[in-house]
Design a protein around this ligand. Structure first.
Ligand code: MN
Length: 206
């Protein structure tokens, strides 16, 4: 068994003009592919871990051998993060959250505007590369906004990622150059809240 690059659930140009087709193609076919290839390469020396699904592998990261653990954090995290990223975006999406996740967001942040401000603040204050996240925390049964560097997956902390905003420069530089804030503001118009609500409901139900 080995990990494989997922097909995008829409065409490279489907998120135009928010995310340009060239960025989508390079991001999925080059960047995510490298994470998948390097994950498989790292696991050649520990084949028993290659049979796990990516969520189990990251949840049980402490059991991965020392010699390859950082490679699995970087590349397994990169694979998981991007697989989620494609799913929580869609053409003709955006707007406000719906369903149970909408209630959870309002309970945790007050309202949608304050929630977006928190996600943006986390995105803009992540120094260098990383992600701004909304996760479900099984311990508190609440949704939490946080930022993490590099490709570190919230799954490693026992969290269930619901919404992830990639703020690596490769995610936005072709269209937005150094203007990360403009990318963050535009990104809300492609968020697939239906998928986020599905993920929240599944997480809440264990
Ligand atoms: Mn990326």
């Amino acid at each position: 068994m080995s990990f494989t690059l997922p097909a995008l659930p829409y065409a490279f140009n489907a998120l135009e003009p928010t995310i340009d087709a060239a960025t989508m193609e390079i991001h999925s076919q080059k960047h995510q592919k490298a994470y998948v290839d390097n994950l498989n390469k790292a696991l050649e020396s520990a084949p028993e871990f290659a049979d796990k699904d990516i969520t189990s592998l990251l949840r049980e990261i402490k059991t991965v051998p020392d010699a390859i653990r950082q490679a699995v954090i970087n590349n397994g995290g990169g694979h998981a993060n991007h697989s989620l990223f494609w799913e929580i975006m869609a053409p003709n999406a955006g707007g406000e959250p719906t369903g149970a996740v909408s209630e959870a967001i309002n309970a945790a942040f007050g309202n949608f505007v304050k929630f977006k401000e928190t996600v943006k603040q986390n995105a803009l204050t992540q120094f260098g590369s990383g992600w701004s996240w909304l996760v479900y925390d099984p311990a508190s049964t609440k949704v939490v906004a946080l930022k993490k560097p590099n490709q570190d997956s919230p799954i490693m902390d026992g969290h269930v990622p619901l919404l992830g905003l990639d703020v690596w420069e490769h995610a936005y530089y072709l269209k937005y150059q150094n203007k990360r804030a403009d990318y963050v503001d535009a990104w809300w118009s492609v968020v697939n809240w239906k998928k986020v609500d599905e993920l929240y409901t599944a997480a809440k139900n264990g």
